[in-house]
Design a protein around this ligand. Sequence first.
Ligand code: SF4
Ligand code: SF4
Length: 297
Amino acid sequence: MKIAIASGKGGTGKTTLATNLAVLCSSGSRDKPTVLSDLDVEEPNSGLFLKGETLHQQKIMKEIPGWIRDKCTFCNRCKEVCNFNAIAVLPDSVLVFPELCHSCYACVGLCPEDALVMKDHPIGELSHYKVNQLDFIEGKLNIGEQQAVPLISKTIDYTKENFPDNSIFLYDSPPGTSCPMIESVKEADYVILVAEPTPFGLHDLNLSVKTMHKVGKAFGVVINRHGLGNDDIEQFCRKERVRILGRIPNMPEIAEKYSRGELIIEIPEIRREMLNILTKTEEITGRWICRENHKTS
Ligand code: SF4
Ligand code: SF4
């Protein structure tokens, strides 16, 4: 079961929901692993709330062309075939711009002199932590790297290679509705969109809902900081027939716990609401997620 937690913009409470649901699931599903992946690789912050033992760390690479000076005739073919302006042919050298390269192999395949070969280039780091029963995987993009998608894809691959298919996979997705977010939800069985009841929140939810329809994903909405603004989000969901899975209230205790890097399921009212969110997700998907859920419901 793969659940992505996404939102149209940052700061809506996506990571708060992802980390708290993950800890609930892991403590209630001891018969199968729960794996939380922080795929917000440009700014991963799930780790602020999850302290555990490091099990594994590795550099993540992508392939870029390396130039072999002795073979090059400076014919300019590589520059012509690169759709991403990632290669420049100068009078006495060929330059590759790693941050622009999409590893498409076109220049390597079409160089008439075999003067380009693919080589590894580091783009970020993957870390695997054990936090009680939870397996927490964090992808972190190197400073200056601009392409999040390859790192997101490799972080998801790591979880698929290291955990059984029947695990509960939670993805803390990047904010927005562009390629990184789509990469992080494309394999999900279900997407939870987090929205806040403000005019900006409604605007971003609208974009996220359109994106979900385009990519054909089943989804529901959690309203965070419920009670803060107006009820436009509720009206929007009714009109668009979008299921509201839960409402996290706008409470000072939540802000206090957040500022201390603590989980908000320590507040009984919030724990109940998080379990309700899991129950509704189970009803919709027809898949068992959290044993504790069934004990308390
Ligand atoms: S296509 Fe090959 S030979 Fe031509 S400029 Fe590029 S690297 Fe040199
Ligand atoms: S591998 Fe593709 S994107 Fe990268 S430099 Fe070559 S042609 Fe451009």
